[in-house]
Each structure stands twice: as C-alpha cells, then as structure tokens.
Design a protein around this ligand. Structure first.
Ligand SMILES: Cc1ncc(COP(=O)(O)O)c(C=O)c1O
Length: 399
C-alpha cells in the first residue's frame, strides 16, 4: 500500500458520521441536512427554459466552455452583483463548481502548510475541511450575535500572523446570525493594512425573511475596502439548486489570474449545461419571483420552529431567532454534551448535527444545529419535541 499524503493521513470517519448511519431509517425526522427543500425547486421554470432554448444554445450546453465561465452567465451575474454594490467593474468574476470549489481554489492559492487561517467559531464544515486539507493551522474566533468578537481578533492580529480570515456574514451556517453594519465596517478597519486576506462567503445572501433585514445583507465587499485585500464568493445552491453545482468568486485581477490557472487544472470549466440554464433563469427574470416564493416558504418554517422551541425547550437552552437562512444554533447548558443528546434523539426518531462538528478544533460540544429547510413542515413540532425531551433528561442526569 503506498503511503497516503500528509494532508489525508489523519482523516477518519468521525463518530458523528457513524452515528448518522443509524439515522437513515425512513421514520427519522431530520434537522441534519443544510440543504434547500426538494419541493421548492423551480422544476417547471427550468422545464420551460429548456423547451424554449435555441438549438445553438443547447449545443453550447454540451460543450466545454471557458475556464472563467460561460460568458453570457458572467455578464448576467455581473449585472446582478452590481445591484448589491459589488465592484464588478474593477474586479474579475469567475464561475466555480459550487462556491466550495471557490474556497478550495483560494486555499490552493494562498495556504502553505502551517499557515494560520482564522475562521469564526463555529464555522462552515466545508470551509474547515478545505483549510485542513491544505494543512493550515486553524484558529476559531468566537461569534457573537452581531458578528465576530473583534477584541479577540485584534489580540490575535497583534501577536500572530494570520494569512486569511474566512467569514460568513449573512445568515451564518451554523450560527444563523447576521453581522451588523457597524461590525462589518469595524472589521474592515481592523484588517486595513494588515495583509490578511478576507474571504467573505455569502452563500445565503438572498435568504432574508423580512425586507427590514434586506439592507443588512449588503456584502462587506461593497463597503469601503481600501487597504483590505478580499475575495467574495457566492452560490446558486440556495437560490436555484445545489445540483447545478454553480458558485462564483469575485477577486482582484491579480488573485483572479492565478485562480483561473488553478481551476484549469481542477476541472477545466464548470458544467456548461447548468451554466446555460442558470443564465436563462436569471436573465429571463425568473429569479426574483422564485426568491419571493422561497423566502415565504422558509419563513413559515422558521416561524414553526420558533413556536416549537419556545413551547418545548427547557428555559436553560438558548438561541437567537435567525432572520434568514436555514439554521437554528441551539446552546445547551455548559455541561450537557450534544453527542449524548444526539444518541437519544436518534433512538427516539430525530436527528441533527452536533456542535463540535463546526468547531475548527472539533471540541466545543454544547451546541446543536437544527436545519429547518428540508423536512415536511408538519415534522418540525414532533422533531423539536423529541430533541427537547432528550435535553431535559440529560439535564436531570447531570444535576
Ligand atoms: C456557508 C456556506 N458556504 C458554502 C457552501 C457551499 O455551497 P456550494 O458549494 O453548494 O455553492 C455552503 C453549503 O452549505 C455553506 O453553507
């Protein structure tokens, strides 16, 4: 057997992954998957687009395309991103195979083994996995209700030399929070002149549930970023479908150039087939109607979760109500371990993801993530009830 590479030597199937295998019974209510709802996908709209597509465009769909992306989609996306104040004229836009590929490309472009990469704690498991694969040293910065704990960040910047900071300012996965405008600006002020690359992952930008929140979603990259090197990533996964495997990356020309060469070696180009459809979906104006529909549907689910949590959770259990996105991040009393809760919940028919999954160090385990996006809405109440019962009995046991 040849030796595994250093970067994969320590990869193991986790205890959680093994537990999750038990949760595949069809009667188990799942709050685990952070994915859109199957019944909400724009199947009819895409049917209509396909039926009305010219033969030439269909042929293009079967072909390889430019590494940076299908040119009409790049133009359509530029227009769309411009409405968010993003610097599409001075920066370059690349279509990637999901936004996870964008994070991967940036990992390859910037991380040497041992480099310090800062993330939020908690953070997106996919991002953590990428940084680990490039053998970064990871440090998580606590997340508050309005964004990163900037005093901790300031201290780290003073004493260490981080290479990159990875954040998810809108409807965080898993924490569900949104950064305040004040914190977005203060973060830029802190990073200005430090040479730390800021990676803004905006996968959930459009999933706000109230128009009052919409203005808070304005990307950090659309503010005054002078003196801060940053890259912005986004995705079609939550606004069209993850099966499209389409995301994007917006970066300075210098960063873009190397990113393009890296992508060439990974997959040459993202699927032209889905790029062609995504382009028609946005340019023919389907997106905004579709977004209204999914915001309404997810808001109903969020409200159902809210009612269920208030009714069944013991008062020692805490959470912030998410103003968008898919997740509740539930804080257990300090000495209650979320893996123990998961074991009981699975036995009784509900599943979620444990807190330590999202800790870059894989340790802190007194949280759980409940995704309310992809289950039957009528399962929310019974599912929350099962998890609440498990928490209550563990609280009694540790008293
Ligand atoms: C915060 C965040 N970023 C990126 C992604 C990756 O999305 P995709 O690769 O499907 O664009 C996800 C998926 O759940 C996510 O939650």
């Amino acid at each position: 057997m040849p030796y595994f590479s250093q970067s994969v030597q320590h990869i193991r199937s986790s205890e959680i992954r093994d537990l999750m295998k038990l949760a595949t019974r069809p009667d188990v209510i799942s709050f685990a998957g952070g994915m859109p709802n199957n019944d909400l996908f724009p199947v009819e709209e895409v049917d209509h687009i396909m039926q009305n597509m010219s033969a030439d465009v269909k042929k293009t769909a079967f072909q390889y395309g430019p590494t940076a992306g299908y040119p009409p989609l790049i133009e359509t996306l530029k227009k769309y991103l411009k409405t968010k104040g993003l610097p599409v004229d001075t920066h370059r836009l690349m279509i990637t195979t999901g936004s996870l590929q964008a994070i991967n490309i940036l990992g390859m472009e910037f991380i040497d083994p041992g480099d310090l990469v800062l993330t939020e704690n908690p953070s997106f498991i996919g991002g953590i996995a990428v940084f680990k694969a490039f053998q970064a040293k990871l440090k998580g910065i606590p997340l508050e209700a309005d964004g990163l704990d900037l005093s901790v960040l300031q201290q780290i910047i003073k004493t260490e030399h981080p290479k990159m900071l990875y954040i998810i300012p809108n409807f965080h996965n898993p924490a569900g929070i949104i950064y305040s405008r004040q914190k977005r600006k203060a973060l830029l002020d802190l990073l200005r002149g430090t040479n730390i690359l800021l990676l803004e992952d905006d996968a959930y930008n459009e999933l706000y549930y109230d128009d009052t929140i919409k203005e808070m979603t304005q990307p950090i990259m659309s503010l005054n970023t002078e003196g801060v090197e940053m890259v912005y990533t986004g995705s079609f996964s939550k606004i069209l479908g993850p099966g499209f495997r389409l995301g994007w990356l917006l970066a300075s020309p210098e960063i873009f150039e190397k990113a393009q060469i890296i992508k060439q070696g990974i997959d040459a180009c993202s699927p032209n087939f889905t790029q062609v459809i995504a382009n028609e979906f946005v340019s023919q104006g389907y997106l905004s109607t579709y977004l209204d529909k999914i915001r309404n549907a997810y808001k109903k689910r969020r409200n159902e979760m809210d009612k269920a949590l208030k009714k069944y959770m013991p008062e020692e259990v805490l959470w912030h109500q998410p103003k968008g996105g898919f997740y509740y991040w539930i804080k257990l009393p300090q000495n209650v371990d979320s893996t123990a809760i998961l074991k009981d919940s699975i036995t009784n028919g509900a599943v979620f993801v444990t807190g330590k999954t999202f800790d870059p160090q894989g340790k802190q385990n007194n949280h759980l993530r409940l995704a309310f996006s992809n289950m039957k809405i009528e399962e929310i109440v019974p599912g929350v009830k099962i998890i609440s019962e498990a928490i209550k009995s563990h609280m009694l046991a540790v008293k």
